[in-house]
Design a protein around this ligand. Structure first.
Ligand code: ATP
Ligand code: MG
Length: 474
């Protein structure tokens, strides 16, 4: 075997932004080797816009820092320097992670390279320590003598890219045992690029899936969110996660939806898992994490609440009493386990908890309806509701009603500021306490139903009807 890599011409014209080119040019000018590497090259070859630009070089970290005064040594222990652009010279450019060629480290814990095992090496060994063949390309954007740019392919990624295949470099079981996050990355790349996972690579994931438990919740969360929000078909992505064996480890509550039957008259599509995957498949492109998680979790309360009830005519039917409320509590627990930000967890739990209530909209009093339509999550809630209908009985009556009600309310502010606030209750002589919230809510409802006089609202408070001056005489 020779050390000369296979190489092939880069697509022309090559769309590389000025700052990564500047980093490569500066390193070259100082006599070092330097290439664009990894995902950015893969994406260029696929005609996709790269998320970030990475450079790999023969220069040692100290030499990189010396060449770029604006560099940050955040990853220096792993041989990575973050090179920050001068905003005057490169307006709007992102930093470029610039890594010295390094060898595969040992990973005693399956998560972090062992400290002290960093060893610098050459381009070939650096390429072969990477995770998948399509992630190991090197691109020379500035060849000597003005020759056309070429891609170096040490790992055989060209054929896999053409066949749209995710294949581990080397022995997949060994590579996943080294770093278990690579299993979720494989699913993410397959789902977001629309690739298949090569059979031996997939078999290794199935065998090693329980090891994903050793990966931090934050890293698992980031991969899951990207799988759900960046896949063209998030339903197919869920199926892949399921088939890989990873779903039952990272989201056992979703795995539990398999085989949970539903009344066919409301859910001709099938069990709760099938319903959920259909809804995910119907997500609009680039959904927010909030919408994607709400769709994933909206029926998570069904498996634990499923009961067979006897109808008056003696037939049996599946019921899911309080599944939305149970689901909201479960969603909160799952999102806390995945270390999701509280604001996101609050919104998702509220959407899960509310998703059945929205069906009662046509029967709601005006105040309640206006409150529903004024919720900060309403846009996503309407999409959730639409998907829920489209993925089951397919009736849009309620959605049509809500859209019409929204248009009706659009002429006026959907939710005017409340006339009576907590400080008014205190001024009226009430001691602050747990009764404040229901009182303020009830007064606000009256306001939304047409009472526009503040004194009249205050006069409706039981016990204050005789006026605040009599406080304490009761
Ligand atoms: P994207 O930026 O779209 O997430 P990417 O392929 O660029 O995809 P990054 O996480 O940015 O992924 O990593 C850049 C490159 O570093 C990868 O293409 C791969 O070559 C290498 N890499 C990243 N994580 C790992 C890992 N866990 N094991 C081995 N190589 C990795
Ligand atoms: Mg990247």
């Amino acid at each position: 075997m020779t050390d000369a890599p296979a190489s092939f011409p880069a697509p022309a014209p090559l769309d590389v932004p000025p700052f990564p080119l500047h980093v490569v040019r500066t390193l070259r000018g100082a006599g070092h080797e330097a290439f664009l590497v990894g995902g950015c090259v893969r994406d260029l070859l696929l005609g996709r816009e790269p998320k970030d630009w990475d450079v790999v070089t023969s220069a040692r970290p100290d030499a990189i820092e010396a060449l770029f005064p604006r560099s940050l040594p955040i990853g220096k222990a792993f041989g990575i320097i973050t090179v920050v652009p001068d905003p005057d010279a490169f307006p709007g450019a992102d930093p470029v992670e610039t890594a010295t060629y390094r060898a595969e480290s040992t990973y005693a814990d399956g998560r972090h390279p062992d400290p002290g095992t960093l060893r610098f090496t050459d381009a070939r060994e650096d390429a072969l320590r990477r995770d998948f063949t399509v992630n190991a390309f090197l691109l020379d954007p500035l060849p000597a003598g003005g020759a056309p740019p070429r891609v170096c392919d040490f790992a055989g990624g060209r054929a896999d890219l053409a066949a749209r295949t995710i294949r581990a470099i080397g022995d997949p079981a060994r590579r996943f045992a080294e770093d278990r996050l690579r299993m979720l990355r494989a699913v993410r790349f397959a789902a977001t690029l629309g690739f298949a996972i090569e059979p031996a690579t997939f078999a290794a994931i199935r065998a090693l899936a329980p090891g994903i438990r050793d990966i931090s919740a934050e890293r698992v969360r980031d991969e899951l969110l990207r799988i759900l929000t960046e896949s063209a078909d998030a339903g197919a992505a869920l199926d892949l996660l399921d088939a890989s064996g990873l779903l039952r480890v990272v989201l056992p509550e979703i795995d539990a939806m398999h085989g949970v039957e539903q009344p066919p008259e409301f859910h001709p599509e099938g069990d709760v898992y099938v319903h959920t995957r259909l809804m995910l498949a119907g997500l609009p492109p680039h959904p927010s994490p909030r919408l994607a998680l709400a769709v994933l979790l909206h029926d998570v309360g069904k498996p634990p609440t499923a009961r067979l009830a006897t109808l008056p005519d003696g037939t049996l039917r599946w019921r899911f009493e309080s599944h939305a409320a149970v689901g909201a509590v479960m969603a909160r627990g799952i999102l806390a386990r995945l270390r999701c930000p509280n604001a996101l967890a609050d919104d998702v739990a509220a959407m899960v908890g509310n998703h059945m209530r929205i069906a009662e909209a046509p029967k709601m009093r005006p105040a309640k309806l206006r409150r529903l339509l004024g919720a900060p999550t309403i846009d996503d809630e309407l999409v959730l509701h639409r998907l829920d209908c489209e993925s089951s009985h397919n009736s849009t009556d309620i959605l049509d009603f809500l859209v019409a009600a929204r248009a009706r309310f659009a002429a006026e502010p959907v939710l005017p500021p409340p006339l009576v606030m907590g400080r008014d209750l205190i001024a009226a002589g009430l001691a602050p306490g747990p009764a404040f919230k229901p009182i303020l809510q009830a007064l606000y409802d009256l306001q939304l139903e047409g009472e526009t006089d503040k004194a009249a609202l205050l006069a409706r408070i039981p016990g204050l009807a005789r006026g605040p001056q009599e406080k304490g005489n009761a």
